[in-house]
Design a protein around this ligand. Structure first.
Ligand code: CLF
Ligand code: SF4
Length: 312
């Protein structure tokens, strides 16, 4: 931990004056596609900039790769430099004026390398009206909280797949933290502690936090209420369930049924407001989630890949 809550909050107050929008759930409902509540999406768009290649944990359903053929999570046609990403934002906004959000969600973890923050700094200067949205696995969130506030992240998503280390160890293989490798239960315990501490610090500094949970049948499906309750206590404001796409070490696990997803959402909703319009976005998606995707027109090496998503 590098900061006290008081120091962090002071930082956020200092930078809050420059926030893109007032980032309450009420204000964002009509402006951010992933904070739309109720039965209908709000038809706002986002551009994902694939600038973050590396990850510091190992989810068993994830296998990242840079290629143009694989149909699976963690795949992108290319990794952009921050400067190239800025250029892409300009092209995307010209093509799709409904885009209100610049998001970075992979294909690795946004905090594992410095590229996401560097990109957001450029975006903030060139497109100050765009909402800056970041997704992370949360391992480094507490350590990077001051920089996150200084950069001016408007909305934050943290993927928390379990709060019980024994079950998280069934979903996550290992963690690399401060140069040290952790495996099994030790890795799971460390990840949970860091995620909850990061959420707590970000929430106390006034950042609106959505938690994503990948729904893994047979592991966390019966425990969603406990996860939602725990992250709410830490400070999360919204919850989203992402159905598992079976892959990598979890390719033999069945994807959750609609009945299971509905039950999990109902379980979560006892504790936190639930976002219901998630579209399993790729790390290089462009446009309104679920609508026309402009990625193939803008990203050089992009090919059609239906079965991939970026968060997790
Ligand atoms: Fe992107 Fe994620 Fe921001 Fe949205 S996606 S970084 S919060 S701008 Fe949204 Fe896509 Fe679901 Fe993610 S629909 S996968 S929740
Ligand atoms: Fe890292 Fe995301 Fe892959 Fe998990 S799903 S190993 S957090 S890139």
């Amino acid at each position: 931990m590098t900061s006290t809550v008081r120091e962090v909050t002071a930082h956020h107050n200092q930078f809050n004056a420059r926030a893109t929008v007032s980032c309450t759930l009420d204000n964002l409902q009509a402006k951010h596609p992933c904070f739309a509540l109720g039965g209908k999406p709000n038809n706002k768009g986002r551009i994902h900039l694939p600038v973050s290649p590396a990850c510091n944990i190992a989810c068993k359903f994830c296998e990242r790769s840079i290629n143009t053929t694989d149909q699976r999570p963690g795949v992108t046609g290319e990794i952009l430099t921050p400067e190239a990403a800025l250029d892409v934002v300009g092209q995307a906004v010209a093509l799709a004026p409904d885009i209100t959000v610049v998001g970075i969600a992979g294909p690795g973890d946004t905090l594992a390398t410095p590229h996401a923050f560097k990109t957001f700094r450029l975006v903030k200067a060139a497109f100050p009206q765009m909402i800056r949205c970041m997704s992370t696995n949360g391992l480094l969130l507490a350590d990077k909280i001051e920089e996150l506030l200084e950069v001016g992240i408007d909305t934050l998503t943290v993927t928390v797949n379990e709060v019980d280390p024994r079950r998280l160890a069934q979903i996550n293989d290992r963690v690399v933290y401060k140069g040290r490798l952790y495996t099994g239960l030790a890795a799971a315990e460390l990840l949970i502690v860091n995620q909850l501490e990061g959420i707590r610090l970000a929430a106390e500094a006034g950042v609106l936090i959505k938690v994503n949970t990948v729904l893994v049948p047979g592991v966390n499906d019966a425990h969603i209420g406990r996860i939602a309750h725990t992250v709410k206590k830490a400070g999360a404001g919204l919850y989203n369930i992402i159905p598992l796409i079976p892959n990598a070490l979890m390719s033999d696990v069945a994807a959750p049924s609609c009945v299971l997803i509905d039950a999990a959402r109902a379980d979560a909703e006892r504790h936190l407001t639930v976002f219901r319009h998630c579209q399993h976005c790729r790390a290089d998606a462009i446009g309104v989630p679920g609508g026309k995707d402009y990625g193939e027109q803008i990203y050089r090496n992009r090919v059609r890949q239906e079965n991939t998503f970026s968060h997790g």
